[in-house]
Design a binder for this molecule. Structure first.
Ligand code: SF4
Length: 191
């Protein structure tokens, strides 16, 4: 089984070609600014937990594990969680984003990937995940439903098929995504 990363789900949901390039045509990407926000996370998470909308999940009593590697042999999937909150009853994956913008569909699939691994490894059922928007000090909660998880499993299978057949996916439907794409120089058919 081809081992995959949770971040592949996020990127595949953004544009399947990004994952194609990463696995089948490793190319030099445009460098992008990456902020080292490791240090500010722990201070800010306290604020996050005090927010009323999150209190009801009891996450302030939960154990927090930052930068947590998780992996499922059965799924052939692994990834590094920004934060895992573990309460008496539930596990909550949390992903940190250094952006003001609303989290998109691809971020939800990333959370789903973490949820699938946690479900498998801990024999649990993760039902919610959070995207924490660092500049806004706010968190967006996502329901991680069974149909969404099934979509994520299908996506995992599709990625493996794409890699196995080495078939390049078509250009992404929403061409606006191409403007900021690290791989734009390699997609000659985009504009
Ligand atoms: S330039 Fe557009 S089609 Fe090409 S990889 Fe990026 S988002 Fe996908």
């Amino acid at each position: 089984m081809i081992p995959l990363k949770v971040s592949d789900l996020k990127q595949y949901a953004y544009c399947p070609r990004v994952v194609y390039y990463q696995y089948l045509m490793p190319v030099e990407k445009k460098t992008t600014f990456k902020m080292d926000y490791g240090k500010i996370e722990e201070a800010r998470i306290d604020k996050l937990e005090s927010r009323r909308k999150l209190k009801r999940y009891g996450i302030s009593e939960g154990e927090r594990i930052f930068h947590h590697w998780i992996s499922s042999q059965r799924l052939g999937l692994s990834g590094k969680l920004d934060l895992l909150i573990k309460t008496e009853k539930e596990y909550f994956p949390v992903d940190f984003k250094f952006t003001d913008g609303k989290p998109q569909r691809n971020h939800v699939y990333q959370l789903c990937g973490y949820a699938l691994i946690l479900d498998d490894v801990h024999q649990t059922k993760v039902t919610k995940g959070f995207v924490y928007l660092i500049p806004k000090d706010d968190a967006v909660i996502f329901e991680l439903s069974d149909p969404l998880k099934q979509d994520a499993v299908k996506m995992i299978n599709d990625i493996r098929e794409m890699i196995g057949t080495e078939r390049m996916p078509p250009v992404v439907e929403n061409r606006n995504k191409c403007y900021d794409c690290e791989y734009r120089n390699y997609c000659g058919d985009v504009f």
